[in-house]
Design a protein around this ligand. Sequence first.
Ligand code: SF4
Ligand code: SF4
Length: 295
Amino acid sequence: MIVVVASGKGGTGKTTVAAALAVAVGDRVRLRFIDADVEEPNAAILLHPFITSEESVYVEIPEIDEERCSHCGECARACRFNALAVLPDNVMLFEQLCHSCGTCQIVCPEGAVGWKPRLVGRIRRGYVETDWRRIEFLEGRLNVGEARATPLIEALKERASDECDTLVDCSPGTGCAVIETLRLADFVLLVTEPTRFGMNDLEMAAEAVRRLGLEAAVVINRATYGDAAAARRLISRLGLDVLLELPYEADVAKAYSRGKTLLDACPQWRERFEQLWWDVARRVARAKTAHRRHQ
Ligand code: SF4
Ligand code: SF4
């Protein structure tokens, strides 16, 4: 199964929860961990993977053959992302805006549009040692200043075979990169905190998950820090269940700042994370059975 750990906003403890879950079950199941929070991948800070390989990820962008180009302007008019500007003596491409859709090549009457690769980020591969097994580790790193994360997410998804269970640390929010990551999920764990911002952003994330027709449940982090009762009421109204509540624990924050996981700080919580995994597994199995019955 593929479990995506997501959150409506940054700073809710999404990566903390994802890393703790990986450590809790990494000895029990054959697991792959994907850090798909490509703009700020930080699971490695907690999991300390041994990196064994690294590859570059490119997208194709148009390359204009100025010798053929008549500067007719068709390509710029057809580009719905405004990535092209045709000047009297050259064609400018705003690379960050280009979605590699190919429309400019189709409409060009002179056959002047070719392609060239553009580096957008890297994928690092490795593994995390647990007591008895290895967790396969994959991480996407978007180049600084890169506007579009989706090509890198797509590249990560291509490399995620279904040979083992997969835990994905998703970007926060509800943007394109998040939606692209969520499409991978059998189940979404929404990590929230019982604050006003946390609740507001949870509603947006829950709506995105609902529209994608995905199974989901909630983890309330720092439950003793805000109004947990209000959070539970909202979560119930959203039609979701709370599978885990974690109290605010200063030692967890200290452990994070030292590159340690939540389970290093609070080893007594290991069982609760194991339970969380099996709860999710049961829900995924139930959903798959129901889906098969309806086919
Ligand atoms: S459509 Fe082709 S010929 Fe016209 S401006 Fe664009 S690249 Fe040049
Ligand atoms: S490939 Fe698509 S997005 Fe990129 S410049 Fe051409 S038309 Fe615009």
